[in-house]
Structure formats: structure tokens, C-alpha cells
Design a protein around this ligand. Structure first.
Ligand SMILES: Cc1ncc(COP(=O)(O)O)c(C=O)c1O
Length: 284
């Protein structure tokens, strides 16, 4: 279990950021989480592309090219030497005045944090988890677009707190117009009438890398897929559900607010997507 932190090209066992960094002061940063599977970086090009697009969306110029970033990732993963890694890249606005104006920040800080990956309990994949539909709404696209992966996660933190209080493993959020969106760090899928359904990007969600892979796999394997805009009521007749994310992979959801989804067991489409996703990881 070795942790290594690459801060602006130098590798440390522990690293510190100034209290004047606007990432710390205002959540003014972007980030990505990447994993390795049997030593291979998973979907690294997709993650670096999203990092660049998040940075562009907040007018933050990345100080490294993708190639340089990749080199630094490899260097840090090798220094940590774990069998499989959790890699978090954070690019902050950098040090500036104790004032919200980013103009005073001249040099972004680039952190690559690597530790041994900690997988979720096997039990979650065997029996599925319970999630709660919470009252906290996902940020509207017009305020802080959830499609940008910024370090400003307070919206999701509040939703997670509410879910935990309700005894659920995670929170499912609606957008301000009452449409289903996503969970705090994962995308949401459900099955109805044998169709795999997931909120569309229009609803205000992160375009998850795992979501994209799952959608592709479903289409390639003859599963009918629908991306759409739905109210929470649509889940009353859901037969199955699961969530997706880099570390969670495909994790079954078997109850919502403590009530079973379908028969409360892992359904055939969920099992199929879990297996297909594992096959893709193995093939990397
Ligand atoms: C809000 C949110 N949605 C979805 C995801 C899943 O994205 P990915 O599959 O790229 O890990 C994440 C991942 O952190 C997230 O934070």
C-alpha cells in the first residue's frame, strides 16, 4: 500500500499545497481518476481528453501536453510500485491573492496522486446496494455544469450526507426540473421493458468514461439502449438498476429508498454488463 504524490514533476511520499492555492480556497480546479488493471492504465486517453476539456471549460490552461502528462503518470505509478493503482490527477488554478479573481493566479499546480486501488466490498457486487433519491438537486448546467469535472464537489458531498442519513450507500439526484441525473460519483442506469436506460447528457451529468464504455458494449451486444430525460416516477416499474464509475466499475443497485427494484436481485442485463465490462478490462 504505497502512496506517491507527483507535485509539478517531483515525486514525494507526502506533499503540501499553499493555503493561497485557489483550488483549496474556491474549489477552482479540475481532476480525473484513472485506474490500472493488471498494470495497464484503463482508458487513459479518454481521461486525458476529458481533463483537457474540463480545463478548457473553466479557462485553465494545462501546463503539460497529454504526452508529458502520460509520462508523469507512468513515472508516479512506477515509483509507487503497487500491483494496481488508483490515480488522481488534480490541476489547480494555483497560488493567488485571497480573492476570488483567478487573474492573480499565474501558475497551475499539477498533482498526480497514486495509491494502491481499494476495491468496493464483494458483497456490493453479489447482492447490490441500496441508494436513496435525495432532496439535494444536481447543480444546474447553467450554474456549474456537471459535465465539467471540477474540484468543486460540495453539491455531491451534501447529497452523499443526505443518503448516508437515510441509510443508503449513495444518493441519486434529480436536476432542478425534476429529471433523473446521476449519483455522487457515478452514472445511473436502469432497465425497463428489457431496455437499458440512462439519463442523457442534456439532464446535466458527467459524461462518465465507464458510462460510454457500457453504452457501447450494450449496443454491440444487442441490448436496446435509450438515453433520455425522465422523472423519478419512471423508476417505479424499473426491473433492474446499476451505477458505473472508474473504481466502482458496474455496481448493481437492488433497492431504492429501501424498496426493492424489480425482484430485488441482480437482473440479467446487469449481470451481462458487469461481465462484458470485466472482459474489456481483461483485454486491455
Ligand atoms: C459526478 C460523477 N458522475 C459520474 C462519474 C463516473 O465517471 P467515470 O466513469 O469517468 O469514472 C463520476 C466519477 O468520478 C462522477 O464524479
Amino acid at each position: 500500500m504505497t502512496t506517491r504524490i507527483n507535485l509539478n514533476g517531483e515525486i514525494h511520499q507526502d506533499a503540501h499545497i499553499s493555503v493561497f492555492d485557489h483550488g483549496f480556497l474556491f474549489g477552482d480546479s479540475v481532476y480525473e481518476v484513472i485506474s490500472t488493471h493488471h498494470g495497464h492504465l484503463c482508458f487513459v486517453n479518454e481521461h486525458l481528453r476529458r481533463l483537457r476539456s474540463s480545463a478548457q471549460a473553466i479557462s485553465l490552461e494545462l501546463p503539460l501536453t497529454d504526452e508529458e502528462m502520460l509520462q508523469e503518470i507512468h513515472k508516479t505509478v512506477a515509483a509507487a510500485g503497487n500491483p494496481d493503482s488508483y490515480i488522481r490527477i488534480i490541476v489547480t488554478r494555483g497560488v493567488g491573492e485571497m480573492d476570488i479573481d483567478p487573474e492573480t493566479c499565474t501558475k497551475p499546480n499539477v498533482l498526480i496522486f497514486v495509491k494502491s486501488i481499494l476495491h468496493y466490498p464483494e458483497e456490493n457486487y453479489k447482492n447490490g446496494i441500496n441508494i436513496a433519491l435525495v432532496s439535494i438537486k444536481r447543480n444546474p448546467k447553467e450554474a456549474l455544469n456537471p459535465g465539467i469535472k471540477t474540484g468543486n464537489y460540495l453539491n455531491n458531498v451534501l447529497a452523499k450526507v443526505e443518503a448516508r442519513k437515510a441509510g443508503a450507500a449513495d444518493a441519486l439526484m434529480l436536476n432542478p426540473t425534476g429529471q433523473l441525473t446521476e449519483c455522487t460519483t457515478s452514472n445511473f442506469f436502469f432497465v425497463r421493458d428489457q431496455r437499458l436506460m440512462t439519463p442523457s447528457l442534456n439532464c446535466g451529468i458527467l459524461s462518465g468514461i465507464t458510462r460510454e464504455v457500457v453504452l457501447r458494449l450494450a449496443r454491440e451486444n444487442g441490448v436496446l439502449v435509450e438515453e433520455g430525460e425522465w422523472p423519478a416516477d419512471v423508476l417505479q416499474n424499473a426491473e433492474e438498476a446499476f451505477i458505473t464509475g472508474t473504481v466502482k466499475m458496474v455496481m448493481p443497485v437492488t433497492s431504492l429508498d429501501g424498496r426493492p427494484i424489480g425482484d430485488g436481485k441482480l437482473g440479467p442485463i446487469t449481470r451481462m454488463m458487469m461481465r462484458l465490462y470485466q472482459d474489456v478490462l481483461k483485454s486491455l
